[in-house]
Design a binder for this molecule. Structure first.
Ligand code: ARG
Length: 462
């Protein structure tokens, strides 16, 4: 980045140069240069439109396109010189184009303003990055489905309030996250749909004095529609909020999942073993394998949430239409994009390399009377109300606690003291491995219900 000084593109009415602090606080090129491809694509579409309505000749159009393509190549190759004094990516490109092709470079800005230009570029940038993010989400979803398929017969304790509650399939637990990811993808596609409304052609705020063909640009740039109010077009950043909201909710989902990976990989649980490739050692405690990747993904939900709050706060109370505050819209979005990509790659790596400790999960089933509810349901089938059966099951639990009895090994004879309705079948009722198969309700944890889920979820991979 060079801080060479020159007269501003907008400098016509100014006699004094900007002070150093003004330049430093105004500059955004050090972060918005990442939108150069979108800026150039937008400018080419705009130039084509200007040619189509007779403002540029065919030769002029060609010279502009050639100049822009050359600049794009230089930026690709890291050979382009960005000037801080040119503020942002838009003016860096336009000024360099003008240096090279003369006054014609300035004609490119006919019928547009940086206000509609930046809103268009920013939308395109989010659309482009979202396509990559969606690919990662799809890969993560695929990973979750294959983990569920491979371990379909693994049974583990399910928790509420972090207390063992009822036996569940490991796959069922994992697929709960898969469903969250399908909704994250939906939220992303809604954010992309919001981005696909074109601001370009709105000018600074009021529209432009040319018969701009906005539909032409919309088609060139693959937008779905044009924004029908020029003031709305240059002041709206809802699309960026939609994206940040998507990123925040995804970040929260991943943080919850990571919390479980951290717990499960602890020696207390020992349900899974995370690969060496995603854990780190301690410099003083040789036995440690720390789940840093999971912890960092859990932690990164903080900045994702912060980015959403940052933009909401920037926008709050801004009057119509464009205000310079809005330049603060980009860094939170860029940071969330980078963060989400990192987190998704980390999740895929952790899940594809982790080992499942099915024996430890099984041991956990025999804690905290995990089939006590099954006894109550069994008695309901024998004809009594759930309130009564709950009471009976509760007194069985109490009996075990007071007499130090193993709940899972209680005999039918012993249990008949609590209800004459109890017969030999009670052995199966107490068995946590059999409990899951009784959860035949749609969306339950029985084998057939989970297999149905897998089929349904696979349709989201297409
Ligand atoms: N860099 C500016 C931004 O990101 C571009 C728009 C500037 N418009 C203006 N009227 N100063 O918001």
């Amino acid at each position: 980045m060079s801080d060479k000084k020159e007269k501003k593109l907008w400098g016509g009415r100014f006699s004094a140069a900007s002070s150093d602090i003004t330049e430093r606080i105004s500059a955004s090129v050090h972060f918005d240069s990442r939108m150069y491809k979108q800026d150039i694509r937008g400018s080419i579409a705009h130039a084509k439109m200007l040619a189509s309505i007779g403002i540029l000749s065919e030769d002029e159009l060609q010279a502009i396109i050639n100049g822009l393509v050359e600049i794009e190549k230089e930026i690709d190759e890291g050979k382009f010189e960005f000037l801080r004094s040119r503020e942002d990516i838009h003016m860096n490109i336009e000024a360099t184009l003008t240096e090279r092709i003369g006054i014609l470079g300035k004609k490119l800005h006919t019928g547009r303003s940086r206000n509609d230009q930046v809103a268009t570029d920013f939308r395109m940038y989010i659309i482009d990055e979202s396509a990559e993010i969606d690919q990662l989400l799809k890969r993560l979803l695929g990973e979750l489905i294959s983990l569920a398929e491979k371990n379909i017969d693994v049974i583990m304790p399910g928790y509420t309030h972090m207390q063992v509650a009822q036996p569940v399939r490991f796959s069922h637990h994992i697929l709960a996250y898969a469903w969250q990811i399908t909704r994250d993808r939906q939220r992303l596609s809604q954010a992309v749909a919001a981005c696909k409304r074109l601001p370009l052609g709105s000018g600074a705020l009021a529209g432009v004095n040319y018969s701009s063909n906005r539909k032409f640009i919309k088609d060139e740039l693959n937008f779905d529609d044009i924004i029908m109010n020029s003031m709305d077009a240059v002041s709206d950043r809802d699309f960026a909020l939609d994206f940040l909201y998507f990123a925040t909710v995804l970040g929260i989902h991943l943080s919850r999942f990571c919390e479980e990976l951290v717990l499960w990989s602890s020696s207390e649980f020992n349900f899974i073993r995370l690969s060496d490739s995603v854990t780190t050692g301690s410099s003083i405690m040789p036995q440690k394998r720390n789940p840093d990747v999971a912890e960092l993904i859990r932690g990164k939900s903080g900045r994702l949430t912060g980015n959403l709050i940052a933009l909401l706060t920037v926008l709050k109370g801004l009057p119509m239409t464009y205000n310079r505050d809005m330049q603060e819209d980009k860094e939170p979005v860029f940071d969330s994009i980078d963060t989400i990509k990192l987190c998704l790659e980390g999740m895929i790596e952790m899940l594809s390399t982790m080992e499942i400790n099915r024996e430890k999960m099984k041991e956990g089933l025999y804690r905290n009377f995990s089939t006590a509810t099954d006894i109550a349901d069994y008695l309901v089938k024998k004809g009594i109300s759930f309130r009564e059966s709950h009471e009976i099951s509760g007194s069985i639990v109490k009996y075990c606690e007071e007499n130090n009895k193993d709940f899972f090994k209680l005999s039918a004879a012993e249990l008949r003291n609590f209800s004459p309705l109890i017969d030999e079948e009670i052995g199966d009722v107490l068995d946590p491995l059999k409990s899951v198969e009784r959860k035949l309700s749609e969306g339950g944890t029985s084998l057939s219900s989970v297999q149905k889920q897998i089929v349904l979820l696979k349709s989201y991979l297409g």
